[in-house]
Design a protein around this ligand. Structure first.
Ligand SMILES: *Cc1c(COP(=O)(O)O)cnc(C)c1O
Length: 231
């Protein structure tokens, strides 16, 4: 079943890339495996998936023991500062940085293990009360504050768009995030690049790709619905 789901997602990504005149390899599929058992991760690993997204430190820690070393782990959920140290050595990218204090802690821990850790700034693009992420009008300032930290590297922006029935309703938010990244890139801030846009989930990744996503985070579309009660 996972194999078929993955095939469908892959085809949708290809179609969206074609529609937008983009190369397929300009988009990375991050398989969001939160709450799912390692056996399921292995099933799609065997189909070639290497990028996995988790929203809890303890899940990355538990799963990486049982997966091959070439898996690229993406931290996509709210990250507490006291847990940064547990993933610092091998996290591929932290998508969910929304405060200077968090970036500062990532920097401290990254220095200890002699790494420069790629991060994205999470933007609450629609200004929803319920969401983490920095406000749109405070994003540039946060980027400028974090930029001088030597052991983190801002690679772009991330957003979690609103829950909507029609993915077209999120197009404006994806456009807005893209525009924000273009505007920030134009400032040519030292140690900051705006090459990555992490946006789009199961319900709206095709629209996100059309609007410039370079990382799409797909959970349900690959693994099926999540059952939080068993965890
Ligand atoms: C759970 C989650 C996803 C995946 O959501 P689906 O709708 O299941 O594809 C993507 N991004 C973040 C930050 C998540 O927490």
């Amino acid at each position: 079943m996972l194999k078929e789901n993955l095939k469908d997602v892959e085809q949708n990504i290809k179609n969206a890339c074609a529609k937008a005149g983009r190369e397929r390899d300009s988009v990375t599929l991050v398989a969001v495996s939160k709450t799912k058992p390692v056996d399921m991760l292995k099933e799609i690993y065997d189909e070639g998936v290497r990028d996995f997204g988790e929203n809890k430190v303890q899940e990355i820690v538990a799963k990486r023991e049982n997966m091959n070393d070439d898996v690229r782990w993406h931290m996509i959920g709210h990250l507490q500062r006291n847990k940064v140290k547990y993933i610092i050595e091998d996290v591929t990218m932290i998508h969910s940085v929304d405060s200077y204090r968090l970036a500062e802690e990532i920097n401290v821990q990254a220095k200890k293990v002699n790494r420069i850790v790629p991060i994205l700034i999470e933007v609450n693009i629609a200004g929803e009360d319920t969401k983490f992420g920095v406000r749109a009008d405070e994003t540039l300032q946060l980027v400028e504050e974090i930029a001088p930290l030597e052991n983190v590297k801002i690679e772009g922006l991330m957003t979690i768009a609103p829950m909507v029935d029609d993915p077209e309703d999120n197009r404006k938010w994806f456009k807005a995030l893209r525009q924000m990244s273009v505007d920030i890139a134009e400032k040519n801030i030292d140690n900051v690049s705006m090459n990555e846009l992490s946006m789009g989930m199961t319900g709206d990744y095709c629209v996100a790709i059309e609007e410039g996503a370079t990382l799409v985070r797909v959970g349900t579309g690959i693994f099926g619905a999540r059952n939080y009660s068993v965890n």
